[in-house]
Design a protein around this ligand. Structure first.
Ligand code: BGP
Length: 470
């Protein structure tokens, strides 16, 4: 039976993207990021050898793009500020007056059009010169980030609705030091552990700086959180899932939201000599400056089983020493991205935050479905009829609705993404937008999902067969 699912009043409807993936280089000065450098030196790493120089070219289209936000039901939108553009001398030194004007223009334009700006300070885009100094593994970079963040609060404070210190801080650690999908693509857990600790410290220092401005806003963090499910209820599978969850979920969630580190993680890192260097005063700063709002990026669950083979201790230390991924038979897949689709995961995640993190003010800050060759679904009016995306959104939102009914403090839903944008090493392989982008002309066309999103936002909900919820 179909039922109208009506969301709480003032629910945040919108989408998110990041500077590196959407702005394009443009004429406003910008330092090289690690992505520019990586593309210059190893273009083969990127799908069809496409780098970040043009992307969605938002820098030249932002006024038109903000009108498209209105036509697709946005009352809020998350962008990120480019550190490399704000400080074009490699992330340090003098600030860029033109960049400040550019971001002020965008933020004013959003506010004038009734769209609340959510601003994120770091979305994978380390200035290359700072990476040369060690990236997040270096204290100098933490200090540089703190002063960059302070400049942003000073310049844009009154124009921003919600602030975020980082998007998915785990990404650069996994990608850069463990799994090779971000520059510098090392296999060096210990350095990754230092970089992770310093990221957490940088988050806390930015929050401490933010508090000094007494802005009428809040600051938090956006985390990619996958609920972890063991293959079975067997004690070995459960233990494997618990360790995976500690490495990938609690590692950032606990210190950034509660101000403390999970004991289990600390004891494993100590046992295997993987602890970062830190001081007591760092721990105090982290404890006293936690997130005031939490963004939940949810794409797929994590399924884990106990290891079948023994660890080779003469190989580099990795989290997989303690578990293996579990490829569950019959799971529903997004075959283009290789991610499982499991809508109930979003509900389990919200319940975890309600029960274990003080029901902190949260919202779904990313969720979405990247699909390859979407032109297949184009009608004669050049519109992409992406019913699969509409169903994906509805299924995830229905579980979000259920979580809200059960007391979860979820204030909004932001889709990844607004207009098709550049996806790191996958470049333009998979398209995620509510609006399609013609790569040759740069023209934008609202997809069927964009029309659906507009309708849903206007009536603050949608009709759904609630029997589908388990
Ligand atoms: C998130 C990132 C986004 C975005 C999205 C889709 O993890 O925050 O930047 O890229 O994933 O993933 P991908 O682009 O790799 O397909």
């Amino acid at each position: 039976m179909k039922k109208m699912l009506t969301f709480p009043k003032d629910f945040w409807w919108g989408s998110a993207w990041s500077a590196e993936q959407a702005e394009g280089r443009g004429e406003i000065e910008k330092a090289k990021t690690i992505w520019d450098h990586w593309f210059e030196t190893e273009p083969n790493r990127f799908f069809e050898n496409i780098g970040p120089s043009v992307t969605t070219d938002h820098i030249h289209h932002y006024k038109e793009d903000i009108q498209l936000m209105k036509r697709t039901g946005h009352n809020s939108f998350r962008l990120s500020i480019s550190w490399s553009r704000m400080f074009p001398n490699g992330g340090q030194g003098g600030k860029n007056v033109e960049a400040i004007k550019f971001y002020k223009d965008i933020l004013k334009e959003l506010n004038d059009n009734g769209i609340k700006p959510f601003v994120n300070l770091f979305h994978f885009d380390m200035p290359y010169k700072l990476q040369e100094k060690g990236g997040w593994a270096s204290r100098e970079v933490v200090d540089a980030y703190e002063s960059y963040a302070t400049t942003c609060f000073e310049e844009f404070g009154g124009l921003v609705y919600k602030w975020f210190t980082f998007n998915e801080p785990l990404g650069p650690i996994l990608g850069g030091y463990i799994e090779g999908f971000h520059y510098p693509a090392l296999i060096d857990f210990k350095k990754g552990s230092q970089a992770a600790f310093n990221t957490i410290l940088a988050h806390a220092k930015a929050i401490a700086a933010f508090k000094k401005f007494n802005l009428n806003s809040e600051i938090g963090v956006i985390l990619n959180l996958s609920p972890t499910y063991p293959r079975s209820q067997n004690e070995y599978d459960k233990k494997a899932a618990e360790i995976a969850d500690t490495f990938y979920t609690r590692s950032f969630l606990d210190p950034m939201v509660k101000g403390t580190f999970p004991e289990k993680l600390v004891s494993i890192l100590k046992k295997y000599h993987q602890m970062p260097e830190y001081s007591d005063s760092d721990l105090k700063i982290i404890y006293s400056n936690t997130a005031q709002i939490l963004g939940l990026n949810y794409y797929e669950p994590r399924r884990v089983k106990s290891r079948l083979t023994a660890i080779n201790e003469n190989s580099p230390f990795l989290p997989e020493w303690f578990f293996e991924s579990y490829d569950m038979p019959g799971k529903k897949m997004n075959i283009y991205r290789g991610w499982e689709i499991y809508a109930k995961g979003i509900y389990d995640l919200c319940i975890d935050i309600r029960d274990n993190y003080g029901n902190i003010t949260s919202f779904i800050s990313e969720n979405g479905m990247g699909v390859a060759n979407e032109e297949r679904f184009m009608n004669e009016d050049n519109q992409i009829c992406d019913n699969y995306r509409i169903n994906f959104i509805k299924d995830h939102l229905a579980y979000t609705y259920k979580a809200i009914q059960e007391g979860c403090n979820i204030k909004g839903y932001h889709l990844w993404t607004f207009i098709d944008c550049w996806s790191w090493i996958n470049a333009y392989k998979n398209r995620y937008g509510l609006i399609s982008l013609d790569l040759t002309t740069g023209s934008r066309t609202i997809k069927k999902s964009g029309e659906f999103f507009n309708e849903m936002s206007k009536i603050n909900g949608f009709e759904y067969d609630t029997q589908k919820l388990v």
